[in-house]
Write a protein that binds this ligand. Sequence first.
Ligand code: MG
Ligand code: MG
Length: 248
Amino acid sequence: MIKLKTKEEIEIMRSAGRIVAEALAMVGQEIKEGMTTAKLDALVEESIRSNDSVPAFKGYHGFPASACISINEEVVHGIPGERIIQSGDIVSVDIGSILNGFYGDSAKTFAIGEISEEKQQLMEITEKSLLAGIDKARNGNKLGQISAAVQKVAEENGYGVVRQLVGHGIGRNMHEDPQVPNYGSVNEGPVLKTGMVIAIEPMINCGTYHVKTLPDGWTIVTADGLPSAHFEHTVAITENGPDILTVL
Ligand code: MG
Ligand code: MG
């Protein structure tokens, strides 16, 4: 069941979203080669808690950290630890917050030092695919129009669109109906309505769309070992069009 949000609830979600945006902006300032992913995670937790918010991922199905930090061929759900961030890495950081019972969820991929042309282009196209999807998040559109728009941008650049993981509705729970796939046809899925809030989150691979889970039970990696990027925003569908809630 898709739960529509009132204008008041969307304003609370905007506050939750701003806290995530602030944490991601901080990551953009602080992330550097030589830093462990555990250190970066500690900074994220501090940022979220300094806004009287709770890190949504910590303890979620047993996840041990505040941020998912996924490097290079890691797609999503990387566990922060003693791994040292290196020049040439692309680092996807996914952050969730809870404020007054509502969730915010956003992710961004960061370039460390000099990165390859291949990784640079992957990052640009993945973000472009997210924006193309957001542009279709309009009252009266089919959800599949979002999916198809993301897929088109990614595939016309020769990339693989991850199928095993999808975006989602969001509100009083991190994951609500509907699922928001990053692939599909314009005729699929429910009709979008004012008051729906969804997290759109393309996970785009340089190679094929196939992924696998590492033995830690969390980290998703590309099956072919090629790099992957991830960008995500929480978006409300309003009478005035898409309203991105995870911004400063
Ligand atoms: Mg996320
Ligand atoms: Mg999400």
